[in-house]
Design a protein around this ligand. Structure first.
Ligand SMILES: Nc1nc2c(ncn2[C@@H]2O[C@H](COP(=O)(O)OP(=O)(O)OP(=O)(O)O)[C@@H](O)[C@H]2O)c(=O)[nH]1
Ligand SMILES: [Mg+2]
Length: 298
């Protein structure tokens, strides 16, 4: 029998949704590596982050994006620009809702996808937090919005994630392998390090402090094949914030630094000597040259 070899599918899939629904968590889960930072604070992701899933039968290039919101600063405008940028030339869109909490903003995001000429798939995330009745009700609510498919998932437990990958593969065209098999992201090491530090700051800081934090890597220097020194500056917007970030007797900065160092050591597979400084840059989120220095430059 003349059996045709199974074809190779590939393409770019943009992940969009409002802040905090679990876009970065889901991308990390699909890739199987942590390449995008995650936190319980909204607006964690600030740039588009590429994550590549390569398997013998397909390559899916995910673009994780900042949560969609009305920007109030130049940084926010940059973030929303990154979302639009990531929608350019994609082969499919993965819209993400939090199944426990579907809002008008979610439906608005979905509505905006109607005119796209590519398949739009909806994943209902965080099903580990929902009852079967809640999942059914959310599916019914989303059904009117005209998605090709609606798939319940949990980025936390991995439930439904293989089904989602299969569905995306089925909606992608036949195509080339865009990136080498062993490439999982396009982010350089210094950005990954800065993001890890920012994640630890987001985890430990409260109220308005986390939103005003920016991290710049000043130096990465291999002192030997077993030890690398990294110097980073943590920017904040006010003197009061600087005090909070440093903490009593420096304990907060120490906690952030220790947690970041452990993650960076895993990432770079070497011992790290991490030194952190905290500096005040009033209103840096509205300053074009500060934004550029921190990598938020379109
Ligand atoms: N229980 C549960 N929590 C989840 C799941 N997915 C994500 N979370 C949590 O939801 C919060 C937000 O996750 P992120 O992945 O940072 O969300 P995001 O959509 O990328 O957020 P932004 O980057 O701010 O737009 C974090 O506290 C995650 O741990 C899930 O499937 N189940
Ligand atoms: Mg994110």
């Amino acid at each position: 029998m003349n059996q045709k070899a199974k074809s190779y599918h590939s393409g770019f899939v943009t992940i969009i949704g409002r802040p905090n629904v679990g876009k970065s968590s889901l991308m990390n889960r699909m890739i199987g590596e942590k390449i995008a930072i995650v936190s319980s604070k909204p607006q964690t992701t600030r740039s588009r982050i590429m994550g590549v899933l390569s398997r013998p039968e397909h390559q899916i290039v995910f673009l994780d994006t900042p949560g969609i919101h009305d920007p109030r600063t130049k940084l926010g405008e940059y973030m929303m620009h990154s979302v639009r940028d990531a929608m350019d030339g994609m082969d499919a869109v993965l819209v993400l809702f939090d199944v426990t909490h579907i809002t008008e903003n979610d439906l608005r995001v979905a509505e905006g996808m109607k005119e796209k000429k590519v398949p739009v798939i909806l994943a209902l995330n965080k099903i580990d937090l929902a009852t079967p009745e809640q999942i059914l009700a959310a599916t019914a609510k989303a059904a009117d919005t005209g998605f090709e498919e609606i798939i319940p998932v949990s980025a936390r437990t991995g439930d439904g994630v293989e089904e989602l990958i299969t569905s995306l593969e089925n909606h992608l065209p036949e195509g080339p392998q865009y990136f080498p098999e062993d490439m999982i992201t396009d982010q350089p090491e210094r950005i990954l390090c800065a993001e890890i530090i920012r994640e630890k700051a987001l985890r430990h800081l409260r109220d308005e402090v986390p939103h005003g934090i920016g991290v710049e890597i000043m130096k990465i220097e291999a002192l030997s094949d077993k030890l690398t020194e990294i110097n980073a500056t943590v920017y904040c917007e006010r003197a009061a914030h600087k005090g909070i970030i440093i903490g009593k007797n420096g304990t907060m900065l120490q906690t952030i630094g220790t947690e970041a160092r452990l993650d960076i050591e895993k990432l770079m597979d070497t011992h790290i000597n991490l030194k952190l400084w905290v500096k005040i840059r009033p209103d840096w989120r509205n300053n074009a040259s500060d934004l550029k220095n921190l990598g938020y430059d379109s």
